[in-house]
Design a protein. Structure first.
Length: 260
């Protein structure tokens, strides 16, 4: 089977999820629209008066401008992770969708990659909606902010892959509480989302740089605020390697789960 045939079959998996999504899009599009509005009102308006200006990358920023790109980064993580854990688990375990697809010419890697690609698509869609809302506040710098959907695709692939890896290990749907508590929550709090990681102790700064969300936040702020520096290449390289390592691991883990 050549690469063109494999891509076409992977596309069928993506298209199946897209067809289901179109039936519920009126509900699905609300969180990316309302979430940044709530955060900006609660933290940007309410907390900004207490925090004042934030020093970041040699510039003085309002707290609203500081957290706005981080909200997009959080959406990139959450959209892909929750799609490829809870939603993928439902399709695999309860709906038996994966079993049905395995009865077709689709291979397991094509099914899993199609699922991960769909998770990344959810990140891109959420990012586009959040760009619309946050831009109304005048908090993003264009044309640099146009790179944020590209970042959403790269970050979505990485978080979708690690989510699918956890899905391959989860004995039941309640088990996802553990990676959320041990993996997602620490990143949400300590990846430079709501305060610069430079405010952390040295050991915590090193820990933060190991977390993939930290690099998504760094790139989101660079693109969203026009803060381009050569050091951004390290974050791009980190996320690229993260994807290259986690994608085959996710396929291997799901193979052990489904092919017995």
């Amino acid at each position: 089977m050549n690469g063109h045939d494999s891509f076409r079959r992977l596309w069928h998996v993506w298209r199946r999820n897209w067809a289901v999504y179109r039936r519920t899009w009126k509900i699905s599009f609300l969180p990316p629209l309302l979430e940044p509005l709530f955060y900006l009102l609660a933290f940007g308006v309410g907390l900004s008066a207490m925090v004042g200006e934030v020093s970041y990358a040699g510039r003085s920023l309002s707290y609203m401008a500081f957290i706005a790109p981080a909200l997009i980064a959080i959406n990139i993580m959450n959209s892909a992770f929750f799609e490829n854990t809870y939603a993928s688990f439902v399709r695999m375990y309860y709906q038996k969708t994966f079993d049905a697809m395995l009865a077709t010419p689709l291979s397991l890697p094509e099914i899993i990659l199609g699922e991960i690609l769909w998770g990344a698509t959810k990140s891109v869609l959420g990012t586009l909606l959040m760009l619309l809302v946050i831009s109304l506040f005048g908090l993003l710098d264009y044309p640099g902010a146009l790179l944020l959907p590209v970042l959403a695709l790269l970050g979505g692939l990485g978080f979708g892959a690690v989510a699918m890896f956890f899905t391959g290990m989860a004995p039941n749907i309640e088990s996802f509480n553990l990676p959320i508590f041990l993996f997602i929550t620490p990143m949400f709090l300590f990846s430079g989302t709501f305060f610069p990681i430079e405010n952390l102790p040295a050991w915590a700064q090193h820990f933060a740089l190991v977390l993939p969300l930290t690099h998504v936040v760094i790139l989101a702020r660079a693109f969203g605020l026009g803060l381009f520096t050569p050091g951004l290449l390290w974050s791009v390289l980190y996320l690229s390697l993260f994807c290259l390592v986690l994608l085959p691991l996710a396929i291997q883990r799901m193979h052990r789960r489904l092919i017995r």
